[in-house]
Write a protein that binds this ligand. Structure first.
Ligand code: NAD
Length: 481
């Protein structure tokens, strides 16, 4: 059985504890590799390695740093098929999704920041005849990056790439639920010749490894993506230490469909935005609001398509929905479907666990599920389920749709379907969300600041925002001669 190893000081190392956790393939329900069950001692080794490496990496000419990141991007592309397969096995997602979205976006992260750092500029202000104020940016030294299981390599590299590009060394922790692509990334870094200690990847549990990273006095910045409850815990440790903190947290995203939408496009994209990666993308829309004139037509067509969605073996090319990430997560999703029934919801598609025939018969699958008849105040519509479960509810007016959409504690993303430009602007502006997609979903421009509002997060990633996050800014004022 393959043993995943930590990547510390340029080497692949066993955890100091000598202990390992099981890594389960959720599509077949079996252990297929072991993960280091690391401790604070491993984090300490990683920090020591980063401390040794940080002066040289931080002072390296930007062109050389950029070249190194481009090398990593190219190697991710070269290993695309192996990475896509590893991600599909680790996570349960269809291999076609990993191949076309997750892995290409991971190499795009490295490529984007390799180029962005070359083009970054700082400001200068001329203060009449008195002096010049100019801004310098310095790397922070060591950055802590902690990521979740749903988009394992894509979100891991989304943090690591800007941190490295701006001259920091990194101590990173992938999710213990999906560690394989991070392990493959450490091999890619070795192949690329990344200097020892620049990137360190410590595997293990959140409460041991994650908390040790967050609490370490020599790591001044934490970039975290995960659940809101974990984010809160991290903030309580990091805030009294005055660390820089970026928190990308949970969501309960609304998808508003107006009568004047392009119906076929709204239908096809809503299918994707509801069930891509089994609904386990933080940006999936889980509350669908449809204007009354289109409600019946939409619901009938949507349910028809959901019922024939190809759920099954993630490694088969035609599979549209794979396994959910773990048995525990399957139980959580099924619990919410039972709750929805108790709350008076009507399950109009799916609603049960699913056991495909053959190789995946013991895997953790949930049928894509559509629920109607619930109002916005119930728990099903307020709490993040993070699975293939959506509710559909009618509305009459723009104001009502905005009220429904804004009715949760979350504010990550929202989608609006209308062909009326005025309405698109008005509703887009009124929605409390970090990003609003109009007539599209999951369109990504790496220059755009990204992040949630309300309890979906604090801080912004993407573009210059990420480069700025991982640096400290200083103004120097020089008197005119
Ligand atoms: P999680 O919060 O359980 O875990 C995320 C990471 O934090 C993991 O690596 C975990 O080991 C680590 N961790 C857990 N406890 C910790 C602690 N006390 N200290 C430090 N680290 C700790 O989240 P998850 O279940 O892996 O991911 C699903 C969640 O992530 C969902 O809520 C989803 O909405 C959210 N998410 C948000 C975004 C976004 O961009 N806002 C993107 C993807 C996922």
């Amino acid at each position: 059985m393959e043993k995943i190893l930590n990547y510390i000081d340029g080497k692949l190392l066993e955890p100091t504890t000598g202990k390992y956790l099981d890594n389960i393939n959720p599509a077949i329900g079996e252990v297929y590799s072991n993960i280091p069950d690391s401790s604070a001692a491993d984090v300490e080794l990683a920090v020591k390695a980063a401390e040794k490496a940080k002066a040289e990496w931080g002072k390296m000419p930007i062109e050389d740093r950029s070249e190194m990141l481009l090398k990593i991007a190219n190697l991710i592309d070269a290993h695309l098929e192996a990475l896509a397969k590893a991600e599909s096995i680790d996570n349960g997602k269809p291999i076609s999704l990993a191949r076309t979205v997750d892995i290409p976006r991971a190499s795009a992260n490295f490529r984007f920041y390799a180029k962005a750092i070359i083009n970054q500029s700082t400001k200068a202000h001329i203060t009449a005849d008195k002096g010049i104020n100019y801004t310098v940016r310095e790397p922070l030294g060591i950055a802590g990056c902690i990521s979740p299981w749903n988009l394992p390599l894509y979100l891991f590299t989304w943090k690591i790439a800007p941190a490295l590009a701006s001259g920091n060394c990194v101590v990173a922790k992938p999710s213990e639920v999906t560690p394989m692509t991070a392990y493959l990334l450490s091999k890619i870094c070795i192949e690329a010749g990344l200097p020892a200690g620049v990137l360190n990847i410590v595997h293990g549990l959140g409460q041991q490894v994650g908390e040790a990273i967050v609490a370490h006095p020599n790591i001044p910045a934490i970039s975290f993506t995960g659940g809101t409850a974990t984010g809160k815990k991290i903030a309580t440790i990091a805030a009294p230490m005055f660390k820089k903190l970026s928190l990308e947290l949970g969501g309960k995203n609304p998808n508003i469909i107006f009568d004047d939408c392009d119906f076929e496009e709204a239908l096809a994209t809503t299918l994707r935005s509801s069930f891509a990666n089994q609904g386990q993308i933080c940006l999936c829309g889980s509350r669908i609001y449809v204007q009354r004139g289109t409600y019946d037509k939409f619901l009938t067509a949507f349910v028809e398509k959901v019922k024939v969605m190809q759920v099954g073996d993630p490694l088969e090319e035609e599979t549209k929905a794979g396994a959910v990430v773990s048995e525990q997560h399957q139980e959580k999703i099924l619990h919410y479907i039972s709750l929805a029934r108790l709350e008076g919801g009507k399950v109009v598609a799916g609603g049960n666990a699913y056991n495909p025939k053959g190789r995946c018969k013991n895997g953790y699958f949930v049928q894509p599920t559509v629920i109607t008849g619930l109002d916005e105040s119930c728990r099903t519509n307020q709490e993040e389920i993070f699975g293939p479960v959506v509710t559909v509810q009618p509305f009459d007016t723009e104001e009502e749709a905005i009220g429904l959409a804004n009715s949760t504690k979350y504010g990550l993303s929202a989608t609006v379907w209308t062909q009326n430009l005025k309405r698109a602007h008005k509703v887009g502006a009124a929605l409390k969300a970090g990003i609003v997609w109009v007539n599209c979903w999951l369109v990504r421009d790496l220059r755009t600041p990204f992040g949630g509002v309300k309890q979906s997060g604090v801080g912004r990633e993407g573009g210059d925002e990420a480069l700025n996050f991982f640096t400290e800014e200083k103004n120097i004022c020089i008197k005119h001669c």
